[in-house]
Design a binder for this molecule. Structure first.
Ligand SMILES: Cc1cc2nc3c(=O)[nH]c(=O)nc-3n(C[C@H](O)[C@H](O)[C@H](O)COP(=O)(O)OP(=O)(O)OC[C@H]3O[C@@H](n4cnc5c(N)ncnc54)[C@H](O)[C@@H]3O)c2cc1C
Length: 445
């Protein structure tokens, strides 16, 4: 964006363009999930009247972990290469190495190829991301005890996988490996999975997980993980133990903000080491902006990218609107998917906003019936009186796509009536979004 606006830009990067989002986190995990989802379709086929017995008697669909992971890594590397080519074609200078802020306006680059160079700049954008959190009592070894960044080196599918942590990353990867054929146990310290998401959506997902054979251990806090040969033991704080062939740790992330010279340059770090920023991505040091996971504002690739754009628009004097988290849509890539935007049920229940709510199960949707979809719902929140849509939740197949009309309504302050009046295709899942909006209509005489 900065180059597009005419700035001369240098990017310092130590791993590869696209960062963890492309190389180890977002892109690889979604690719793995797509393979698990594909495998799961075989299970659903029987209900639709499709059988494989005659064509492949005695055969079962199996995933070849080596090939699956090789494809994932190749895809991530290709995407990183594409981004690099795009930057180079825009005239951006790309330096492979580690950056450190010496002062506002001055960055030292320790080049991967050796040597150091100091670069002067009118503006510095810190976008160093975050790293998986690890504990001393559960040290990853890259073979059996793994962070989410290490799973793509596996040559075999984990036979019995214990996933520790039931936030978005833990739930998504537990779902992926269940679909791929692993025996999965999900260890959750809270009383349900996805504690940060809509409670009814999380309940639907936990029900599906259990029905499909996953063991979900709620109110179970991990104390330690140890390995003995080919097996791992997860010990819980209440003394129970869970055995597996592999353990995947999904304990959250810590920001990459140490040894960057930030505090010396006048940048204030908040609790947990996150860079403090305002809504146009300014830090406390003049000319130093920050974006993405290192700020902890909302750990999503889409938000990171928007914070970065906002920073450049702001510094370079283009028109800019401050970041508005109430318009961010996000998705949990499980089956069903859980997509949300705007105000949440929790905020409505806590009285933070006055909103009316309609919840419509997908089981009544004709397209869902045709496709054998039973789990899921559409939920909309609208302001009483004006009927302006302020939030929504979609739980269902491809909820990540279905949330878009709701996101437009929230971003543009549309009313439920306006959302309802747009035609939807019959039959379609989006028909349920329009129907939920219709049910929010208030009859006025
Ligand atoms: C498993 C998983 C799945 C996810 N899936 C999604 C998803 O589906 N959708 C979504 O929106 N978000 C998703 N996220 C979140 C998303 O990956 C992050 O929000 C996003 O990566 C943040 O981007 P960033 O640019 O801040 O940091 P990163 O993508 O982490 O990039 C920062 C880069 O800077 C490098 N770096 C650090 N320090 C230095 C230094 N001193 N010098 C040079 N380079 C340095 C790092 O090595 C890294 O390559 C997922 C996260 C995880 C863990």
């Amino acid at each position: 964006m900065a180059a597009h606006l005419g700035a001369s830009v240098t990017v310092v990067d130590r791993d590869g363009l696209g960062g963890a989002a492309v190389l180890t986190d977002c892109v690889p995990s979604k690719t793995l999930i797509s393979v698990g989802d594909f495998m799961q379709r075989f299970e659903a086929a029987t209900e639709l009247g499709v059988g494989f017995e005659a064509a492949h008697a005695g055969e079962e669909a199996t995933a070849d972990a080596s090939r699956v992971n090789a494809r994932i890594l190749a895809l991530a590397a290709a995407q990183s290469h594409d981004i690099e080519q795009r930057l180079l074609s825009e005239g951006v200078r790309v330096c492979r190495g580690v950056g450190r802020v010496l002062a506002p306006g001055r960055v030292r680059i320790e080049a991967e190829s050796g040597g150091a160079e100091d670069v002067d700049a009118e503006v510095v954008l810190v976008a160093t991301g975050a790293t998986p959190r690890v504990m001393d009592t559960a040290r990853p070894d890259g073979e059996r005890i793994l962070t989410w960044q290490q799973i793509y080196a596996l040559k075999e599918l984990p036979e019995r996988l214990v996933v520790v942590g039931s936030g978005v990353t833990g739930a998504e990867l537990a779902h992926a490996y269940l679909g791929l054929g692993s025996d999965v146990t999900l260890v959750s310290s809270r009383d349900r999975v996805l504690p940060g998401e809509d409670a009814e959506a999380a309940e639907v997902l936990e029900g599906v997980f259990t029905r499909r054979g996953m063991t979900v251990l709620s109110k179970s806090r991990m104390q330690s993980v140890t390995r003995s040969g080919d097996s791992v033991t997860v010990t819980l704080t209440d003394g129970r133990t869970v055995e597996g062939s592999h353990c995947l740790l999904a304990l959250g992330s810590v920001p990459n903000t140490t040894d960057l010279g930030l505090e010396e340059a006048g940048v204030t770090l908040k609790d947990g080491g996150f860079v403090g920023v305002d809504r146009v991505s300014r830090t406390t040091a003049r000319g130093v902006y920050a974006a993405g996971d290192c700020t902890g504002v909302l750990m999503l690739a889409s938000v990171a990218a928007m914070q970065g754009r906002i920073a450049m628009w702001h510094f370079l004097g283009d028109a800019v609107a401050p970041l508005d988290l109430k318009t961010v849509s996000s998705n949990v890539f499980t089956a069903p998917e859980i997509a949300t935007v705007g105000w949440s049920q929790k905020a409505v229940d806590a009285g933070e906003i006055d909103a009316e709510c309609v919840m419509l199960p997908l089981s009544g949707n004709p397209r869902a019936k045709m496709q054998g979809v039973r789990d899921g719902f559409v939920k909309l929140f609208a302001r009483p009186g004006t009927g302006i849509v302020v939030g929504g939740v979609v739980v269902g197949p491809r909820a990540s796509e279905l949330i878009h009309p709701v996101a437009i309504a929230v971003a543009e302050n549309l009313t439920a009536d306006q959302l309802a009046h747009a035609f939807t295709v019959y039959p379609s899942m989006s028909g349920s979004v329009a129907e939920a909006a219709r049910r929010l209509h208030v009859f006025r005489t």
